[in-house]
Ligand binder design. Structure first.
Ligand code: OAD
Length: 271
């Protein structure tokens, strides 16, 4: 895998590994790029098939749902179908192993994600979701949570809703108020869940090294976390094969996360 990297990236990776090996507190923010090698298209990739004519940004908003709830619900059901059998890739696995190693050596590795898939959890990580979770639903009117399991099978175990979810694109009415059920995802213009945001802000403000993996850094407030870390003295590392709008980066590892993350972890273990 090392052969896939340019000599410049290898040098930068060694620099990053030295810093990370000595850092007691690390904060990692992931975006859609970390799941790209698992086969999940990123947000700014052009959509395919039936959805080719739509941009994700135009569907993921309260205004879009108010205008055409069936269209937005169908899009999410399609995304769920696309994602439900996807597996963690070497980037998710390396992050999970690294988090476990950090725990056992009394260091801190806080993992924050903008992704709504569960690939970090599948790999064994503890992760804070800033933008919600694809497998959860709630009422667009009264906010009551709705899950297929509890409604259809009288169980309240939320995590199993992924297995029970049906990909039917018929709209569902809330059993309490008749409002339409929507995915429990943060849409453009909506606030982030308060406790997740607090965890993220604290981890970014307190860390020695902040790593941004597979995000275009286009969407606030998540993008502000790297700036917050930098203002508080952290070194900022970015892992992304493409240039981004992140202006506070100290070390750029311009390659795929699934290639860089396992190598970086190996380097850290060698030091
Ligand atoms: P984007 O789709 O904006 O950006 C994905 C980034 O991943 C790009 O910068 C790619 O260059 C990079 N990338 C692609 N393949 C990669 C790989 N194999 N390894 C590493 N990086 C790779 O996704 P996000 O930045 O996550 O919000 O988007 C942020 C938010 O905007 C999303 O959470 C979503 C979206 O609208 C909501 O739904 C609220």
């Amino acid at each position: 895998m090392l052969a896939e990297l340019t000599p410049e990236i290898v040098i930068q990776m060694q620099r990053a590994a030295t810093l990370l090996q000595a850092a007691p507190r690390i904060c990692v923010l992931t975006g859609a790029g970390v799941s790209a090698e698992s086969g999940i298209p990123t947000f700014r990739d052009k959509q395919t098939g039936l959805w080719e004519q739509y941009r994700a940004e135009d569907l993921a908003s309260p205004a879009a749902f108010a205008r055409d709830p069936k269209l937005v619900w169908s899009w999410y059901q399609w995304r769920r179908q696309l994602v439900h059998d996807k597996m963690p890739n070497p980037a998710h696995q390396a992050l999970a192993e690294w988090q476990k190693n950090a725990e056992s050596s009394k260091r801190q590795l806080t993992l924050i994600t903008q992704n709504v898939d569960d690939l970090h959890e599948q790999a064994g990580s503890t992760v804070t979701h800033l933008h919600g979770y694809l497998w959860r639903n709630r009422c667009s009117q009264c906010d009551a949570s709705y899950n297929y399991e509890s409604t259809n099978h009288e169980s309240t175990h939320l995590n199993s809703s992924k297995d029970a979810i049906e990909f039917d694109d018929e709209l569902i009415a809330c059993p309490h108020c008749e409002g339409y059920i929507r995915p429990d995802i943060v849409w453009f213009g909506e606030s982030l869940p308060a406790s997740a945001w607090q965890t993220a802000e604290q981890a970014a403000a307190d860390c020695d090294v902040f790593i941004s993996v597979g995000t275009s850094s286009l969407v606030y407030p998540a993008t502000g976390l790297a700036q917050l870390a930098k203002q508080n003295g952290a070194t900022i590392i970015e892992i992304n094969p493409n240039p981004t709008l992140n202006t506070v980066v100290d070390i750029i590892l311009a390659a795929k996360a699934g290639v860089v993350m396992p190598l970086l972890l190996e380097q850290i273990k060698l030091l």
